[in-house]
Design a protein around this ligand. Structure first.
Ligand code: DGL
Length: 282
């Protein structure tokens, strides 16, 4: 069984891609709606909330936890892998993040390769990363991309209130204004130059991808993080097939630390046949 975690609903954009790609696999999803959004919280708090969620998924039978959240990945993944997992009594379990596959796709370079290679080292694209405050201040995207593609110009833009607004079912006008502001902020940084490619570096943002498309030039290509994560998990499971073991093939359980009925209703707005959420604690 594979566990997917996000602060709220955003990780469902990843989960939906995974369920489509692996219809016979078994997934358990946890949305920490009692604490969403994470993006403006201090790093130590994000680490602790992520650790609790990762453990909650293990306790419910997941052997592999995928952090379907850029904020949790940027701030907590490495710390949990290095300083918690080896000492917490969860031998045979693992935690994976979603930044590595996204960097691999953006740079066309495997994560294990940390120096510029031919021909990627000649890529001079302008790449924009939209993310939460915590993801952007972590600097993980520009740092990891520049190691592999030093000539790529990487700009980061915070959209601090967008994930929270999506969770709160803000109106289309409000969401449109937040995306418009974020794109305007990016253009100030680039002095009006349009990026060639964009990473929506928050799993909530694909839910308003149409608004990013509206405010960016039609030529801009938006990288699909959910698809990239599905590709990456497929390769990971080829190498570690036991993490794909299931009790009930095709079973999908959704858990939330928030109001299960309310969260189910919100999820169905963009994923009409998603199963209902069950309440849980971490
Ligand atoms: N969906 C999350 C991300 O990818 C978190 C957003 C938030 O809780 O602020 O960053």
């Amino acid at each position: 069984m594979i566990g997917i975690f996000d602060s709220g609903l955003g990780g469902l954009t990843v989960l939906r891609a995974l369920v489509t790609r692996f219809p016979q696999s078994e997934f358990v999803y946890l949305g920490d709606h009692a604490n969403v959004p994470y993006g403006n919280r201090p790093s130590d708090e994000v680490v602790e909330l992520t650790r609790r969620a990762a453990e909650a998924l293990f306790k419910r039978g997941a052997k592999l936890d995928l952090l379907g959240c850029n904020t949790a990945t940027a701030v907590a993944a490495r710390r949990l892998q290095q300083t918690w997992l080896p000492y917490a009594g969860w031998a045979g379990h693992n935690v994976l993040g979603i930044v590595a596959p996204t960097v691999e796709a953006a740079t066309q370079t495997p994560w294990a390769v940390t120096t510029p290679q031919y021909p990627q080292k000649y890529i001079t694209d302008i790449l924009a990363v939209f993310g939460t405050t915590r993801t952007v201040t972590s600097g993980v995207y520009p740092e990891e991309i520049r190691k592999r593609c030093p000539r790529m110009r990487v700009y980061q833009q915070v959209a601090a209130n967008l994930a929270g607004a999506i969770e709160d079912e803000a109106s289309e006008e409000e969401l449109d204004a937040l995306v418009k502001d974020a794109v305007a902020g990016l253009r100030i940084q680039t002095h009006g130059q349009e990026p060639h490619r964009v990473i929506l570096g928050c799993t909530h943002f694909p839910l308003v991808e149409h608004l990013f498309q509206k405010h960016l030039a039609p030529s801009v290509r938006i990288l699909s993080q959910p698809d990239v994560v599905a590709d990456s998990l497929e390769h990971y499971l080829e190498r570690h097939p036991h993490f794909g073991d299931c009790e009930v093939a095709g079973r999908l359980r959704l858990l939330t630390t928030g109001d299960a009925d309310e969260i189910s209703k919100r999820a169905r707005v963009f994923w009409p046949d998603v199963p209902g959420f069950e309440p849980t604690e971490t």
